[in-house]
Design a protein around this ligand. Structure first.
Ligand code: EPS
Length: 389
């Protein structure tokens, strides 16, 4: 239903995103999209690049007078850093310089597999696109997706659970997503736990000192979902599978888990499954727990969606690991590129965006129509059908 493509190199002139399948009649708040882009730029542990960039979308199609018109929406985002890279990222053959060619692949990066696969001499041809700079476009797309969900009472939030070995309290006592959003937004590392925040900042400083990097785990929660998004009938329609696919496509992702995740493989069924109840007043089925993370049979249960994503530490180390020069085949160390020590606070915003996109896609699939009015009619009718069941 909803699909997108992104394009652009990290140090090229611009990034682009084309989003197809946005129905007509949705108010598009560009300031909210830009706010998400600003959230992605924040976070303790970022390198010098974020001081150069000020990410903002330039919409060039699909929106008129503040509303979607049903045609593809295109966002352009400028790479301000390009002015420092005009020669190195030039499209002109005459600008090629042998001394600029990158030949020392970084362990953990797309560098080596990329040059071998595409038969390229310069690792830069691979690293520019493999770069997590691309996630800027995905956050803009997610920002748009959130605006398709918001009128139907669906909200999505990403925050940090752990960085390195330090785990933050997840604050199960905070029940409203708005409150959790406010608290994690105020944190330099997007956690809801000041004690953990202090430890994490100290750990990031220690890693910076030794030229090392840090990974972490983020959690995404979505509230307000109706029962029945996704489907049990076919492998590629299962919502959790679609979410895992989208999340695993993020740079540096190593794992995704739903609800209690891998722990599900270590406990008995009686301790795991979420027992069912019924609220007579509200006329709705309820659950006594949410260990599933809000999906069963590849469909939403109507409980909040809760998932976690593990990201490995960044592969650009200022104290580089052993590698081999692809030209000389002699032992060398990985290339040093300017980079971040830790990008996990940004990863939380990115994972949130990716989840919002998949949910918007599943929502449109269920209630599909060409206009907001049509979707709203289908949505109301379905909610009444479920209540009357
Ligand atoms: C990245 C390397 C760094 C990061 C970049 C991702 O860029 P640079 O080499 O220009 O300093 O800052 O992330 C972003 C630019 C961004 O917007 O998130 C990498 O190699 O993946």
């Amino acid at each position: 239903m909803l699909r997108f493509l992104t394009a652009g190199e990290s140090h090229g002139p611009e990034l682009a995103a084309v989003i197809e399948g946005v129905p007509a009649g949705f108010e598009i708040d560009l300031a909210a999209v830009n706010q998400d882009l600003a959230r992605r730029q924040k976070g303790y542990g970022r390198g010098g690049r974020m001081l150069i960039e000020k990410d903002e979308v330039r919409p060039v199609s699909g929106i008129r007078f503040g509303k979607s018109i049903g045609s593809p929406i295109t966002f352009i985002i400028e790479n301000r850093d390009f002015t420092n890279w005009t020669k190195r990222m030039s499209v002109k053959p005459a600008d090629w310089e042998e001394s600029r060619v990158v030949t020392r692949p970084r362990p953990g990066h797309a560098d080596l597999a990329g040059v071998l696969k595409y038969n390229l001499e310069d690792i830069r041809d691979v690293l520019e696109r493999a770069s997590a700079r691309e996630t800027t476009a995905r956050v803009a797309i997610g920002g748009l997706a959130k605006q398709l969900l918001k009128p139907f009472g669906i909200s999505v939030l990403g925050y940090v659970v752990s960085i390195g070995a330090t785990e933050a309290k997840t604050r199960a006592d905070i029940i409203s997503l708005e409150e959790l959003a406010r608290i994690t937004e105020a944190s330099q590392v997007r956690v809801a736990d000041p004690e953990a925040e202090r430890k994490i900042i100290a750990e990031i400083d220690a890693c910076k000192e030794t030229g090392d990097t840090l990974g972490g785990i983020v959690e995404v929660v979505a509230a307000g979902l109706p029962v029945g998004l996704g489907s049990h009938v076919q492998w590629d329609r299962k919502l959790d599978a679609r979410l895992a696919h989208a999340l695993m496509s993020l740079q540096a992702t190593k794992g995704v888990e739903f609800g209690i995740g891998f722990t599900a493989g270590r406990v008995r069924g009686s301790a795991l499954h979420d027992e069912i109840g019924y609220d007579e007043k509200e006329r709705r089925f309820t659950r006594h727990s949410n260990n599933s993370g809000g999906t069963e049979g590849g469909m939403t249960t109507g409980e909040p969606l809760r998932l976690r994503v593990a990201f490995k530490p960044l592969s650009t180390l200022m104290q580089p690991l052993r590698s081999v020069d692809t030209k000389t085949k002699r032992e060398a160390v990985g290339t040093i590129e300017r980079s971040d020590v830790c990008a996990i606070p940004a990863a939380a915003v990115i994972a949130e965006a990716v989840v919002a996109f998949v949910l918007a896609d599943a929502f449109l699939e269920k209630f599909g129509g060409d206009s907001r009015t049509e979707i709203e009619r289908n949505w109301r009718g379905y909610l009444e059908q479920v209540r009357a069941y």
